[in-house]
Design a protein. Sequence first.
Length: 53
Amino acid sequence: MSRIEKAIRYDELIDFQTLARESARQEEERVLAEELHHVSTWGETIRREGVWQ
């Protein structure tokens, strides 16, 4: 494999790693947003029903 081919493969690997990290970050944000929504909804239900009073 020539140096140019190795460089291209390396760049492709770096691009793939960057995409994988970005995808993982987006998934983590999605999960956290879902959890926050769940907690907010749960908290609102408790306040509305007066459980904390």
